[in-house]
Design a protein around this ligand. Structure first.
Ligand code: HEC
Ligand code: HEC
Length: 306
């Protein structure tokens, strides 16, 4: 608050209180003695108007509230920039409560810090804690069961944009991820975009127009291999999705793929460093890892069977 407003607020507040006191005392007429009321010079229909002062208890109550206001304003902030004699502030109180909660609860989280993520996935208590952190900080985007949604990856499957090693998952959460898929409207043209959508569908064995796909194939080698790889299997260093697994972040119909190609995509996973401390990131990362354990085992056994 600037000095001007600080003085303004102080003057108006104290002025109002003094004004109330003045109003109260100057308008207070002599007290009722022996039940006799002063009669006003005003009678109508045989009824006389009486002048009755405030009951005494009411008058003292008024004085008390004014005294209370002065005491309160002396102790707590209320008069412009004056901080109050007690030095209390809502931020200070909040910080104190946060610190007290941290002191009480942080050790519960921190005792898991030394356990490796994979081992933690076997600890049911730790996983329940991880699930609650996920519910508070991640579910609004990834879904309460981490099943994902359009533009938000499913974290339960074996398909990873940025990798599923312990370090990669921690990095996704800690630093966040920024995907950059440029728009191809200009280099490909609208017809080229339509043809490329057919080629992309062919990569995962989905129904497609073979002639259009063949037409787009050379352009794929020109424009797309750098990020999605020659076979379309993607690149976790860039967050470029695998296009051959029929798992789609933005939809796999010809229209949806064409939309992706025409406009580009820039999915963003926000950084959670500063939002969550190390111990909580550790727990939620282990929880994320635990979600795809089934998918991981299935993927490994298919790979082994091949
Ligand atoms: C504001 C929405 C949002 C929130 C909140 C959010 N995420 Fe994400 N997250 C995303 C998006 C979008 C992506 C995909 C980024 C991309 O397109 O590459 C992503 C990607 C990820 C990935 C990488 C997935 C992969 O396939 O490699 C992980 C792991 C992840 N998030 C975990 C979490 C966890 C754990 C939390 C909570 C601590 C969280 N996210 C909170 C939006 C969010
Ligand atoms: C600079 C690297 C880069 C290039 C070049 C690139 N992509 Fe991508 N592509 C990405 C990234 C990163 C994503 C993920 C976007 C996101 O998560 O928001 C993506 C996403 C996609 C998707 C969406 C997949 C899904 O699951 O919904 C399709 C389809 C796609 N790219 C096709 C192509 C085609 C076809 C080309 C060539 C014309 C191409 N990309 C060129 C980086 C690239």
């Amino acid at each position: 608050m600037t000095v001007f407003w600080s003085i303004f607020v102080t003057v108006v507040t104290i002025g109002t209180l003094l004004g109330s006191y003045w109003l109260l005392t100057t308008t207070r007429k002599s007290e009722v003695k022996d039940g006799a009321h002063l009669e006003k010079d005003h009678t109508f229909d045989g009824i006389a108007e009486l002048e009755t002062p405030l009951p005494r208890w009411w008058y003292y109550l008024f004085l008390l509230t004014i005294a209370f206001s002065f005491a309160y304003l002396a102790l707590f902030p209320g008069l412009g920039n004056f901080k109050g004699l007690l030095g209390w502030s809502s931020t200070g109180q909040w910080e104190g409560e946060v610190a007290a909660a941290a002191e009480r609860y942080n050790p519960l989280f921190e005792r898991y810090l030394d356990t490796p993520l994979l081992a933690l996935t076997e600890d049911r208590k730790a996983m329940r804690m991880g699930q609650r952190i996920f519910g508070n900080y991640c579910a609004q985007c990834h879904g309460s069961a981490a099943q994902g949604a359009h533009g938000f990856p499913n974290l339960r499957d074996h398909d990873w944009l940025w990798g599923n090693s312990e370090a990669q998952i921690q990095a996704s959460i800690r630093q966040g991820r920024q995907a950059a898929m440029p728009s191809w409207a200009a280099p490909l043209g609208e017809e080229g975009v339509r043809a490329m959508a057919q080629y992309v569908r062919s990569l995962s064995g989905a129904a497609h127009d073979a002639a259009l796909a063949a037409e787009a194939a050379p352009k794929y080698s020109l424009f797309c291999v750098a990020c999605h790889g020659p076979a379309g299997t993607g690149n976790i260093a860039l967050g470029a999705p695998n296009l051959t697994d029929n798992i789609w972040l933005y939809g796999g119909s010809a229209d949806e793929i064409a939309f992706t190609l025409r406009h580009g995509r820039n999915g963003q996973m926000p950084s959670h460093e500063g939002v969550l401390d190390d111990a909580r990131i550790h727990l939620v990362a282990a929880y994320v890892l635990s979600l795809s354990k089934g998918a991981r085992a299935a993927a490994t056994s298919t790979a082994a069977g091949q």
